[in-house]
Design a protein around this ligand. Sequence first.
Ligand code: SF4
Length: 496
Amino acid sequence: MAAMTREETEALIQEVLEIYPEKAKKDRAKHLAVNDQGLEKSSKCITSNRKSLPGVMTIRGCAYAGSRGVVWGPVKDMIHISHGPVGCGQYSRAGRRNYYIGTTGINTFVTMDFTSDFQEKDIVFGGDKKLAKLIGEIETLFPLNKGITVQSECPIGLIGDDIEAVSKKAAKEIGKDVVPIRCEGFRGVSQSLGHHIANDSIRDWVLGKRDGDDSFETTPYDVAVIGDYNIGGDAWSSRTLLEEMGLRVVAQWSGDGTLSEMELTPKVKLNLVHCYRSINYITRHMEEKYGIPWIEYNFFGPTKIAESLRTIAAQFDDKIKEGAERVIERYKADYEAVIAKYRPRLEGKKVMLFVGGLRPRHTIGAYEDLGMEVIGTGYEFGHNDDYDRTLKEMGNATLLYDDVTSYEFEEFVKKMKPDLIGSGIKEKYVFQKMGIPFRQMHSWDYSGPYHGYDGFAIFARDMDMTLNNPCWKQIQAPWKKPAANAEDAQRAAGGL
Ligand code: SF4
C-alpha cells in the first residue's frame, strides 16, 4: 500500500483502539503513536516501560529472563544456576543462540541448564542448604568453571532465602566468585529490570577486582564491545572489523565472553555499546568511576556500518581513522555486490518490526540499504530513551507501538499489509498462518550473523529467501478455508 498520511495513521490507531473498554483504551492510546521526525523527545508522543494490562496478551518476558537469558547467560566460563523450580531454566535454555568457542561441560557452559530444581519442601523449608550443596556438586563435577552466578527465579524472593549469605560462604570455600542475583521474574514490568539488576550485580561483584593491579599491559587502542550477545556469531563479525581498523578488543560482553574479560574492562580506553537498552547502566558506571567514555554503534547494513566505523575512529588518532577508511574500502565490492543482487528483488517492500533491545531501530538502515521501508516499529521493553533514538530513524507518519498487544499487532498488520514482518517466536506462526512472510528477529530464525559486512550478506539473503518464497501464494489461513464437511464446519464454529 502507498505510504500513509499522518491523518490516516491516526485514524488507524483510533479504529484499532475502538474495541477496548474505556479504561483500557485510554491506557493503550498512550502507547501507540504516529512518528514525527521533528520531535526531539519521544515522551511528547509515546509512553513506555509501564506495566502491561492483564488480559491484553503482552509479548514481554520477565526480569529473570533479562538477567539469566540476556546479560549473564552468555558469559561462557561461568556456571549460571537457575535457582528455583526447573521450568524457568529448562524452557529458556540455549534458545538465544549465543555462540561461543570452547568445550561444553568442560571449560564452557552456555547451553547447559543448571537448576536447583525446587520441590514443595524447598518452598516450605527454604532452599539455602540445597543451593550450598549444589554449588559444591558443581565444583566437583565441573572444576574448570571460573565462577558461579545464582539467578533467582520467582519463589526465591517470595520465601526470602538468603542467597547472598550462601554465595559469600561458598565463594570463600571454593575460592571463586559466586554472584547472587535478585532477578526474580516478578520484579519490574518486563525483562528490562532484569538487565539493570544484572548490570548492578556486575558492578558490585565483578568490576573493581583488578583496581590497582597494573600487570595487564594496555595499549592506546584498547576497546570493549559491550552488549553484543553473539547471536548466530554477530560479535565475531563485528570484532573482525574493529580489529582490522587497528583497535584491540580486550573484552566482549557478553557473547563468547569470559569473567576475566569483564574484570579487565575498566582498563580499556573506550566502551563500544551495541545493545544500549540492556547494558547502558554498566557503561555509565564505568564512565563515572573510571572515566571511560562510551559510544553507541550500529553494525547493521553498509550505510550504518560506515557511519559507525567513522564515529568510532573519530575517538582515536589518524592511524585508526585511516584504518576505518581502509576497512570500508576493502568490503565495498562485496557489499555492493550484495545490494546489486538483492535490491532489485526487495525494492519497495514494506516491513513491520516488533522486537527487543535495539533492533526495532538498528535494523532499519539495513532494510533501507536493500530498498525496503520500515512502516511500523516498536519495542517489547523499550524506555523512552530508546524511542528518542527511533524518531529520526523512522519516516514521518509511520506507526510506533510500544508493548503492542497480540490483538493490536494483528489488526495493524491486516490494515497496513506489510510484505514482511520481523518479530518473535510467539508472533511467528500466527502471521505465517495468515500467509505473511515472517522473520524471527530475536535469534535470526536459526540463521545469522547479521552484524558487519559478512552479516549483511546473510541478512539480505534471508530477507529475499523469506519474502520471495513461492510458498506464501500457496497458503490460505485455516479459518478462511471452506469447511470440508459438516463436522469441520461445526468445529470451526466452536460447536465441537
Ligand atoms: S516470571 Fe518467574 S516463574 Fe516465570 S519464568 Fe520468570 S522467573 Fe520463572
